[in-house]
Design a protein. Structure first.
Length: 161
């Protein structure tokens, strides 16, 4: 009975250690580094700049006028006619809404383009991991420590270029 119990315990220990060894192939990848080095990043930045340049220029042009209106409202607002004050406040509010809409649109488009780049990086990570036989790939900033030989950042970067 003792031999049987000992054999069963040894068998369980071997099964448990086999499970640990199966997860040996872990790699890390620095996604932010890859995104910064991708050639498409500059192209996208120029494209977004061109897309929003006209609106940005118009807002900058209107900004000086609105600043003057804010200053006028602060200094003489109390002594102004109600209709004049309401008109100035409406113009200021309209500019703020226009500026907020611009900011939201700009951020939304930037996020859309960034999501495309991230999807491309994810596909490259999967390709490299499959090719190299890694069972798990984690972001480098999530790991406390990783040996250099487990870092596949350069391989993924080569894959996305």
């Amino acid at each position: 009975m003792k031999k049987w119990l000992c054999a069963a315990g040894l068998g369980l220990a071997m099964v448990a250690s086999a499970g640990v060894q199966a997860a040996d192939k872990v790699a890390v990848v620095d996604v932010m580094s890859i995104l910064q080095k991708m050639p498409e990043r500059e192209t996208i930045a120029k494209q977004l700049d061109t897309e929003f340049k006209a609106r940005a220029t118009a807002l900058q042009k209107d900004e000086k006028s609105v600043q003057d209106k804010v200053k006028k409202l602060q200094t003489t607002g109390a002594s102004m006619k109600a209709a004049d004050r309401t008109k100035l406040e409406g113009e200021i509010k309209a500019f703020q809404e226009k500026a907020n809409a611009f900011t939201q649109d700009s951020r939304r488009r930037e996020a859309e383009e960034m999501n495309k780049l991230v999807a491309k990086v994810q596909a490259a990570v999967k390709t490299v991991a499959d090719k190299e036989g890694y069972s798990v790939v984690i972001k480098a900033d999530a790991a406390f420590y990783a040996a250099d030989e487990n870092n596949i950042t350069e391989k993924v970067l080569a894959q996305v270029k």
